[in-house]
Design a protein around this ligand. Structure first.
Ligand code: SF4
Ligand code: SF4
Length: 205
């Protein structure tokens, strides 16, 4: 019994003369290491709205909804960081690698949970024949850039890319009305089509 007590006494004496291990927060800012996993932050320039991060989020802190009836069909990705467990799955599995990263922002407490909601909106590309969702316009352009010369085998990607470079983007934002029952025509080769319609056009012509 004596030995442990002497050891505790020794630890107590050492602790009294050792530097402080706690921080002076909130009197002084708390600096966390660079590798700290804090609030996920989207990079609007890099994120293409593909939704891969939503699929791997274990807590549904990330969700997405699509509005196909709006004049400009869109996908909204919402982050509720009050439900985030900072696991880093979204960042690790991001299609573009840096579309979302965990920042060092850790002081996230609030009395109003509505403040913890952030929403990003992305324009959708629908199939010009059947109206099905192909993906976001940014995703198609990203694929075209990623494939380089190989993208010339896929007119949908090339048209998506040329629309992005259009002089008047408002004109290209108007998506044609889908015509699912129309018989395939040679001009369909130069339309933005989903894989199913593309296959049908290839078979019929
Ligand atoms: S860090 Fe984890 S829990 Fe938080 S948004 Fe990303 S995947 Fe979801
Ligand atoms: S996976 Fe990456 S690129 Fe895709 S929506 Fe999430 S953050 Fe954006």
């Amino acid at each position: 019994m004596r030995k442990p007590k002497l050891r505790e006494l020794k630890e107590a004496v050492i602790a009294v003369f050792s530097p402080r291990f706690t921080t002076r927060f909130p009197a002084e800012p708390c600096v966390v290491p660079e590798s700290y996993r804090g609030k996920p932050e989207f990079d609007d320039d890099i994120c293409i709205g593909c939704g891969a991060c939503v699929n791997v989020c274990p807590t549904n802190a990330l969700t997405q909804v699509e509005d196909l009836n709006a004049d400009c069909p869109s996908r909204k990705i919402t982050l509720r960081y009050d439900a985030c467990i900072f696991c880093g799955n979204c960042s690790d599995r991001c299609t573009t690698e840096n579309g979302v990263n965990l920042s060092t922002q850790w002081d996230l407490a609030t009395l109003d949970r509505s403040e913890t909601v952030e929403t990003k909106e992305y324009e959708l590309q629908l199939c010009e024949k059947c109206g099905e969702v192909i993906g976001t316009k940014k995703h198609l352009v990203w694929l075209c850039n990623k494939l380089g010369p190989l993208a010339y085998t896929n007119p949908s990607l090339l048209i998506a890319k040329s629309n992005e470079l259009a002089v008047n983007p408002e004109e290209t934002a108007q998506q044609p009305q889908p015509e699912p029952d129309r018989v395939a025509q040679p001009s369909d080769f130069m339309r933005i089509l989903c894989p199913k319609c593309k296959c049908e056009v290839n078979i019929q012509l």
